[in-house]
Design a protein around this ligand. Structure first.
Ligand SMILES: Cc1cc2nc3c(=O)[nH]c(=O)nc-3n(C[C@H](O)[C@H](O)[C@H](O)COP(=O)(O)OP(=O)(O)OC[C@H]3O[C@@H](n4cnc5c(N)ncnc54)[C@H](O)[C@@H]3O)c2cc1C
Length: 263
């Protein structure tokens, strides 16, 4: 469990905040996997009375040491970029309205907007899932805004390897202004940006439909898909059922469920 502070924040587009987290504890963070993620523990804005865990047995620690009112919020985010020299890393948080009935709504999204330098957080590494299969000649990456940081990190870090697989990328974003212009990616990569035109549309539906309609390149490929859970499961179902891709060549991860707050 790393004790970190917010070092800076920047709104990079209408629906994305980039937050830099840093501190001496970064020395204990192993760089593992291209889509490495972790649990972020943080306080609601204006709540000074929160107990942040210091142990990997955080559930036990929070139960024993903090009252219910002192419990922090917990949400999972991908490490977008390491800044090892500065003992820091960046995360990128998608801003969204909450359609859930619980209060306060979408604490992760709210925290990102309000995060001030010096704010204390805790971070617990949760590892990675991206692991291209041997024999793949290209990779299919599909996600919505919650998976955009992981997909950009996968593309960027793929270029650091000697056998970078060209990627066919389907990335759904909340609005055209969220499309990124400067992307570092393996040669031969094609990125299909899919901005939503309807703000009330379910995230991921556009990306799933685009994959279903696309011809996709020839040759054996590795597929990695993440985002709203129907997107991840829908892409896998389509690849297995319609395109007869072996299940072992597909990694799929539901990052959130539409209409349900994360735990
Ligand atoms: C391994 C992993 C890595 C992840 N990496 C990132 C990341 O790098 N950046 C990132 O932004 N998210 C990432 N997520 C997703 C993030 O943890 C969830 O989106 C989380 O629910 C956000 O918390 P919240 O407090 O903002 O909203 P919640 O309180 O959890 O949800 C409130 C409501 O908002 C909806 N909702 C939640 N997230 C979104 C969204 N992105 N778009 C639209 N509606 C949403 C929910 O369905 C719910 O109805 C990751 C998740 C996992 C499991």
């Amino acid at each position: 469990m790393l004790s970190l502070t917010v070092q800076g924040s920047e709104q990079i587009s209408p629906h994305f905040m980039s937050i830099t987290l840093g501190g001496d504890d970064i020395q204990h963070l192993d760089r593992s996997g291209f889509d490495q993620s972790g649990r972020l523990f943080f306080a609601d804005p204006d709540d000074d009375n929160v107990f942040l865990p210091s142990s990997e047995r955080w559930i036990l620690q929070l139960t024993l040491q903090g009252s219910a009112k002192q419990r922090p919020r917990v949400r999972t985010y991908s490490i977008r970029r390491f800044r090892r020299d500065a003992l820091a890393f960046d995360i990128e948080i998608a801003l969204h309205e909450s359609n859930a009935s619980h209060k306060p709504a979408a604490p992760g999204s709210r925290w990102a907007l309000a995060a001030e330098p010096g704010a204390k957080v805790a971070f617990l590494d949760q590892g990675y899932s991206y692991a291209p299969t041997t024999g793949a000649t290209w990779q299919l990456l599909v996600g919505d805004e919650s998976a955009l940081p992981a997909i950009l990190a996968i593309l960027e870090r793929s270029t650091e390897t000697s056998e970078a697989l060209p990627a066919e990328v389907f990335l759904e974003v909340p609005a055209p202004e969220d499309i990124r212009s400067e992307i570092t990616a393996p040669p031969g990569t094609a990125i299909h940006w899919l901005p939503r035109s309807d703000p009330s549309a379910k995230p991921g539906a556009l990306a799933l439909e685009a994959v279903k309609q696309d011809q996709l390149p020839d040759g054996r490929f590795y597929a990695w898909t993440a985002g709203e859970s129907s997107l991840a499961t829908g892409v896998r179902r389509h690849l297995v059922g319609t395109r007869h891709i072996p299940k072992s060549d597909i990694c799929f991860r539901g990052y959130f469920t539409h209409g349900r707050a994360s735990l």
